[in-house]
Design a protein around this ligand. Structure first.
Ligand SMILES: *[C@@H]1O[C@H](CO)[C@@H](O)[C@H](O)[C@H]1NC(C)=O
Ligand SMILES: *[C@@H]1O[C@H](CO)[C@@H](O)[C@H](O)[C@H]1NC(C)=O
Ligand SMILES: *[C@@H]1O[C@H](CO)[C@@H](O)[C@H](O)[C@H]1NC(C)=O
Ligand SMILES: *[C@@H]1O[C@H](CO)[C@@H](O)[C@H](O)[C@H]1NC(C)=O
Ligand SMILES: *[C@@H]1O[C@H](CO)[C@@H](O)[C@H](O)[C@H]1NC(C)=O
Length: 510
């Protein structure tokens, strides 16, 4: 009897395993299937096992990203992810979150308490199964195998061969390589052109394009681009309504490779390939990138540029940008290399009427570095010596560029870049005795060293540095005026710390 039961159980298990194997091989999952985010969570594989759908563990191992990735390569590169209802929120979910395939809402992602975080939704019909296709497309289909929802029509930062981006589509960068929140850059169609542009937060106001495909035809919109096609062999092109193609892919694309096109977090749109064979040099290599030089390509209008304010963009050999603070400046957020830089010293006009003079200030010289916007004055003809003197003696001048005359600039500086074709140089002003070479960097929020606190608070209240003060005001104003008050019972000029700072800032803005 016992052995009969055992045999039955064994058979049942075999049948179950068989069924699971079948489900595995056609990459399909029935309604009701679910995955819970945990260590070694199972994933749903495509029939050949090329792509997987499920939870990828983040750097912080308590967080997981609902995503699709290349299963057969060690990097497990992510090609799609669920962004959450508000894409600016970090889409990483905590341990114990669950994704379930439901009939009416398709994929539903819930947190460990059962609250809905995201769902595929937005379709009419009843889901009967989900299929992880070997193309990397996760498809929800009904009983008749009609497609109700596809990850391919909801791209995140990556396009794959066989994927088409329609005129209404949008590809958005992530925040950083490891942070999948919505980033600053987007790829989309605008009046028949494929464009790349940056935007700001929180309004998502789009800045001028830094790449345009030139596929718009104003005289006849029928000739304009309307689809971005990544064909099965790994060629990407813009299709015009008249059938004409404009290729982004140049030359020939190697076969037997994986292909993807990703809008990188730094704004560069790149097609990559990776050998399928598990021998040799296995890494993603680029086929092409747009724009050709993002540091120079992004150079007008509003916003900080590729890097943060006051930063300098330098193009690396792989056509990706590197951001560096100029000497004497430091990152505002130590953890964000691509963010803004603030001066380690004070600049600006003093409210006591004492102006900038030559013996108070000096320059750091940078060859072929420019911040093409942020100008407030241009002198021409002018010699280099006249240019230097003029900036040194002008308390409003933070930087002078000597190139075809003299350009005087104010902070914050935007669109900083190294440009070897510029044939000019930048003079960055710093106060003598407190300059980058003479004194340890100024203390900033984030690095709270006790012994230096007095120095900062003192200069926030007493000093008239515009930029530094303005940046520091939010963090230090209350504390510093409190400390200061304890000493003197009164803030300088009778005004509140905040007023003083705002007044200084508006002086500077004029
Ligand atoms: C998977 O992709 C292939 C190629 O695009 C397509 O022919 C097939 O119908 C897809 N399967 C499903 C279930 O969508
Ligand atoms: C990712 O970036 C967002 C937006 O900047 C931020 O709120 C979030 O904390 C970041 N996540 C991690 C894990 O650093
Ligand atoms: C993709 O486009 C390239 C270039 O036009 C062409 O040679 C190739 O045959 C196309 N592949 C497919 C599957 O249509
Ligand atoms: C492997 O390929 C990458 C990208 O092409 C390249 O940067 C790297 O130097 C190569 N490594 C070796 C060992 O050839
Ligand atoms: C300070 O500089 C400004 C502009 O250069 C000038 O107009 C003003 O007279 C100067 N003030 C003093 C006190 O030197």
């Amino acid at each position: 009897m016992a052995s009969a039961i055992f045999t039955l159980m064994f058979l049942a298990t075999m049948v179950l395993l068989q069924l699971m194997a079948v489900a595995q091989t056609d990459g399909s999952k029935p309604v009701g299937a679910s995955i819970t985010a945990k260590d070694d969570a199972p994933s749903w594989l495509s029939s050949s096992g090329e792509f997987a759908f499920g939870f990828r563990q983040m750097v912080n191992k308590d967080y997981f990203l609902l995503s699709i990735w290349y299963e057969k390569i060690p990097e497990k590169t992510v090609v799609w992810y669920a962004t959450g209802e508000d894409p600016t929120d970090d889409p990483a979910v905590s341990r114990g979150s669950k994704v379930e395939l439901t009939a009416d809402s398709g994929l539903v992602l819930t947190d460990p308490q059962g609250n809905r975080i995201w769902s595929s939704g937005g379709f009419l019909g009843t889901v009967s199964s989900g299929v992880m296709n070997d193309t990397g497309n996760f498809v929800l289909q009904d009983r008749n195998s009609d497609r109700l929802w596809e990850s391919f029509t909801h791209p995140t930062d990556t396009l794959l061969p066989t994927q088409i981006m329609e005129a209404t589509g949008i590809v958005s960068s992530r925040r950083t390589e490891t942070n999948f929140s919505l980033g600053r850059f987007q790829l989309r169609f605008l009046d028949g052109n494929l464009v790349l542009n940056a935007m700001n937060f929180p309004t998502k106001f789009a800045y001028d394009a830094y790449y345009t495909s030139q596929t718009s035809d104003d005289s006849n919109s029928f000739n304009s681009g309307y689809q971005l096609i990544f064909n099965e062999s790994g060629y990407m092109y813009i299709l015009r309504r008249n059938g004409q193609r404009s290729y982004l892919t140049e030359g020939t694309v190697p076969t037997d490779f994986y292909h993807r096109a990703t809008l990188n977090f730094d704004g560069v749109f790149t097609q990559y390939f990776y050998p399928k064979a598990s021998s040799g040099n296995r890494s993603w290599s680029s086929v092409w990138s747009r724009p050709d030089n993002i540091c120079v390509g992004m150079g007008s209008g509003l916003g900080s540029g590729v890097c943060g304010f006051n930063s300098i963009c330098d193009l690396k050999a792989d056509k990706r940008p590197e951001c560096n603070c100029p000497k004497g400046f430091s990152l505002l957020d130590q953890n964000d290399k691509y963010g803004s830089c603030i001066p380690d010293f004070e600049l600006g006009c003093r409210s006591d009427g004492l102006n900038s003079t030559e013996d108070q200030y000096d320059f750091t010289e940078l060859i072929n570095v420019d911040w093409p916007t942020s100008d407030y004055e241009r002198y021409r003809p002018y010699t280099e010596e006249e240019c230097r003197k003029s900036c040194l003696n002008d308390c409003l001048c933070s930087v002078a560029i000597f190139r075809d005359g003299c350009w005087k600039k104010k902070l914050p500086l935007s669109n900083g870049r190294v440009n070897t074709g510029m044939n000019g140089k930048a003079f960055l002003k710093f106060p003598k005795g407190s300059g980058p070479l003479d004194r340890p960097p100024f203390q900033r929020p984030g690095e709270k060293k006790k012994s230096d606190t007095k120095l900062i608070t003192g200069s926030v209240v007493l000093g008239t540095s515009v930029f530094v003060n303005f940046v520091l005001v939010g963090t230090f104003c209350l504390t510093s005026s409190f400390i200061y008050r304890k000493k003197t019972e009164k803030t300088p000029e009778g005004g509140s710390c905040l007023e003083t700072n705002l007044r200084t800032f508006s002086n500077y803005d004029q």
